[in-house]
Design a protein around this ligand. Sequence first.
Ligand code: PA5
Length: 447
Amino acid sequence: MENIKLSIDKAYGFVSKENVASYKTQVAAANAALHNASGKGSDFLGWLNLPSSIDDAHLTDIENTAKILRDNCEVVVVIGIGGSYLGSKAVIDALSSSFDWLETDRKSPITIFAGQNIGEDYLYELQELLKTKKFGIISISKSGTTTEPALAFRLLKTQLEEQQGKASAKELIVAITDKSRGALRTLATQEGYKTFIIEDSIGGRFSVLSPVGLLPIAVAGFDIRQLVAGGAEMETVCGLETAFEENPAAQYAAVRNELYKNGKGIEILVNFHPKMHFFGEWWKQLYGESEGKDNVGIFPAAVDFTADLHSMGQWIQEGERTIFETVITINESNYTKIFPTSEDNLDGLNFLAGKRVDEVNKMAQLGTMIAHVDGGVPNLKVEIPRLNEYYLGQLIYFFEKACGISGYILGVNPFDQPGVEAYKKNMFALLEKPGFEAETKAIKARI
Ligand code: PA5
């Protein structure tokens, strides 16, 4: 089987091949530091061997739990924020029909996400919708104390109990959390929910190939074994045994650090397929939270082309030259759509007649790449053979591994996120949470 492929040659007009190659030793050291757990944040490396180490019984447990929700629910609400939702959202969106929620002959429940915002209208509208639906809940929080998902869970748990009765409701709630700590664990134990553990060593943004991502993905009807198999393949390809020149994670980490050193402080992840929008959101969190600290780090942005060529395209073509692009390209579409001939050709599009829509998309992609490189934007390309579970698994692991290596080259701890606490502290102080009395006094004096 083919693998995903990274091409970095369109960066070489902006950074030299020799300079990128000069990262070889540093990259090898970073990769080794991950594997022998000698680098920063080494308590959080559980993701590293996750695809190859997941055992069959664990996958079966996830599949069986998914089946209960699939058999009994029209809607499954996945509650979580950040790493506790973006991975499954990315995979489910990438693999689902673009018009999934309108499908009448459904084989899987509709998956809806909550707890990723505190929008009152969002939660009100969700609860109104659920009034007439048989629904279940997957509540995901490693800490078990994050406010946004906890708030959504209290609302939806209460609603489910009112609609189903407490005894039936508990059969339709699954909690994914720490093995012993946090309010969600206490609650799950007390209520007797089915639970899955998030290992201490797996941080949220690296957790998609754990139950955090796998259970919602299985509920949505996708093959989690293929996803894990793709991850496992990349585990080998990006491993210590692979030479620098052949290792896509090593190459990507090297070239993006060299670009950063040369003033390219913004990386834009580009897709040409609307289903990949949330993959960009997942990637933004992975790189933003892992590298943006100690006053350094590439700013990760994402765009959906060709839509955003008509909005952000101008800036990318001619704005400040501090950007580079990483384009995810899908070699083969899952369906074929041939452009028809028109006798009168009133729209002047007969030059496209007989071509696949994907050919037009590919030419848009090629034309964009040439234009952007001409305009001073280095271009990296990640090709995936087609959009399926296996290649998404590859893509996920490739980006995770490259992120670990890249963070170490940058000199940061890619596995912590101390900066996320600042807003929480202020919010709790403003909401007068018990225990925050001094902070409440201090912040109120400032406003
Ligand atoms: O990557 C991370 O660690 C974060 O994005 C967390 O996943 C996010 O803050 C949610 O935390 P928790 O799962 O503890 O509710």
